[in-house]
Ligand binder design. Structure first.
Ligand SMILES: CC(C)(COP(=O)(O)OP(=O)(O)OC[C@H]1O[C@@H](n2cnc3c(N)ncnc32)[C@H](O)[C@@H]1OP(=O)(O)O)[C@@H](O)C(=O)NCCC(=O)NCCS
Length: 302
């Protein structure tokens, strides 16, 4: 199953919490060389602010990614974005608190995020979920392929040379999505898990090493990026519904923000091709910069 990004259309008036067999995927284009507006950056907690400051290169991308995450989770949980608190689940390998990130107040909403170059991907579900996105790479990545599962190495080797680079990248994002979903990351290596190349490159099969009870779904990511999510539903692949949509973080109070008055910030959700502003859904989030308190102002169709 491969999931394309939705065509422009009005979104429902509420961000409905996804069900266990539903995954909501959101794309956010970031400008990695420009700072997020102050009004938005104030949504971040001290840990996020400190982590962002520690980055030399990806500071602004990190900030924008976490602002988007807060706005999204706030909208799903009807919480002020600044009041969303995060925690790390225990690592399945060593038990330490560096497993998959989670929302502290609501353990039934699972999320995952991924950044690559100028794109952020989010996946949200009521089931454990992981997402990965990667910008197109220059070459064939033979060093990476050599670390894959034997069945993946064989499958890539049997493809025409012109398809190998893209198949390798697809295998990579499928694998990393799964390894993020279970919370180990790539700490145990890439060779024991069979994530496969996806249906674009090979027939569906389940060699030894295929995760049981998990589905890995390819995404049609924007800008030619490779993307996939993994979700633990126990359900068959065909029972999973994925919705993909695009976020925009406008400049505070800019016309793109719908001319929101006062110190407000607005999250615009809609397909990136949407040309009719009347069909954009706005999630209005009013923020008091003095107190850093933000209140979720509900959503309206402009
Ligand atoms: C987790 C990992 C796969 C992410 O890789 P990456 O190239 O940074 O890729 P992405 O941009 O796709 O993902 C980053 C996001 O993954 C999430 N993440 C971090 N650790 C994670 C984990 N253990 N499980 C799931 N998701 C994780 C975070 O949200 C992070 O975003 P943030 O840095 O903005 O908070 C990679 O960092 C990794 O494998 N680390 C090693 C983990 C490890 O050694 N664990 C110790 C075992 S004892």
């Amino acid at each position: 199953m491969s999931v394309p990004t939705d065509r422009p259309r009005p979104l429902p008036a509420e961000l409905v919490l996804p069900t266990p067999s539903t995954v909501d995927v959101w794309w956010l284009d970031v400008d990695a060389h420009h700072a997020a507006p102050d009004g938005l950056s104030r949504l971040l907690d001290p840990e996020e602010t400190q982590r962002a400051s520690a980055f030399r290169r990806d500071r602004d991308r990190y900030r924008q990614a976490h602002i988007g995450l807060r706005l999204l989770i706030g909208a799903y949980l009807q919480l002020p974005p600044a009041e969303v608190t995060f925690m790390r689940l225990p690592c399945p390998l060593c038990g330490a608190a560096h497993g998959r990130p989670s929302v502290a107040a609501n353990r039934s909403l699972h999320f995952s995020l991924s950044h690559s170059r100028d794109l952020i991907a989010y996946a949200l579900s009521a089931s454990p979920v992981g997402i990965d996105v990667e910008a197109p790479q220059g070459g064939d990545m033979p060093d990476v392929v050599a670390q894959f599962h034997p069945a993946e190495i064989t499958a890539i080797g049997s493809l025409p040379p012109s398809r190998r680079a893209a198949a390798t990248l697809q295998c990579w994002v499928r694998k990393e999505a799964y390894l993020k979903a279970i919370g180990t990351g790539i700490a145990r290596g890439l060779g024991t898990t069979y994530a496969g190349l996806g249906e674009r490159y090979e027939p569906t099969g389940r060699p030894p090493g295929t995760p049981q009870g998990w589905s890995i779904v390819d995404l049609e990511a924007p800008h030619g990026y490779a993307g996939a999510f993994a979700v633990s539903t126990g359900a068959s692949l065909s029972a999973i519904t994925a919705h993909t949509r695009t976020l925009t973080l406008p400049q505070t109070n800019s016309p793109a923000a719908g001319g929101a008055p006062g110190p407000g910030v607005v999250l615009v959700a809609g397909d990136e091709d949407a040309t009719d502003p009347g069909k954009r859904l706005l999630v209005a989030t009013r923020m008091n910069p003095a107190s850093k308190a933000a209140s979720f102002g509900g959503m309206k169709l402009e």
